[in-house]
Design a protein around this ligand. Sequence first.
Ligand code: NCD
Length: 323
Amino acid sequence: LLQNSRQNNTAWHIRHILSARQFTREDLDLVLEHAAAMEILVKEKGWSNTLAGKVMATIFYEPSTRTRMSFEFAMSKLGGKVCGTENAKEFSSASKGETIEDTVRVLSYADVIVIRHYEQGAAERAAKVSAVPIINAGDGPGEHPTQALLDLYTIKKEFGVFDGKTIAMVGDLLNGRTVRSLAQLLTHFSGVSIIFVSPKKLRVCDDIKQLLKERGVAFTETERIEDALPTADVLYMTRIQKERFKNPDGTANEEEYNKYKGVYVLGLDKIKQMKDKAIIMHPLPRVDEIPVEADADPRARYFEQAKNGLYVRMALLDLLINK
Ligand code: NCD
């Protein structure tokens, strides 16, 4: 099954996964199909040995639960091994002043390196000197391409097609890297429209809007979540990215964060205004933007979405290492 889904498609040409903009429509079709094969594998057999003898290094300079664990589980389920560090800012030689470039040069005995870093562009810098494939698991406010791929997989699984769907992205669109990556992937599907819902000061960046215009994707911007509720097929909630609110000297700017904290809360009153067949997504972790009462609503998909991360990351690891 895995071999079929690899062979049925155009050749895989991506060496490092750094940004959503690397992916062509053919690449996306291949990843989605391969992830579906992985889901069947996990559900029917549970594991395979396609990556036996391979080792994945994970180096996380920023906190993570889902992303790191699902990468580690993905590698394990394909028979590979995992070595890594969380809290790399403190536990790795970065605390002694080592650069990310030197760190990945040393890790050249790994078969793939998954990096999460607090600086935008860090994964790209690592890839420039790395002898082995690098996966960007989040670079500051930059991108989170593997999250966007699992988001895409979740939407595809729900609706089958993207054509005619309206995706509303809600929250801190300035600093949210998952939104930046997902918006870029959505440009490959005709008939998609996007509603960006954010406070004025946390609007999605111009580079993304420029790309949407170039590729003819219809989008609107609003501050009111109510504008999106009745039309959205996918309501993609995100948290206000507290760690990005900084004073010029680098210390946390709580005051600025507190201005936006709690601006969008998807209470049951709001969920009522949504279409029956719409879905609620969230990359997680949530803070207060989706209250737990929402979890019982049949439209909630965020936990299933997180689970899809396993299949999509299995597919990506297999494609990168076994291509
Ligand atoms: C996201 C991230 O790290 O950007 N989390 C994740 O990987 N699922 C979203 C977030 O932290 O808000």
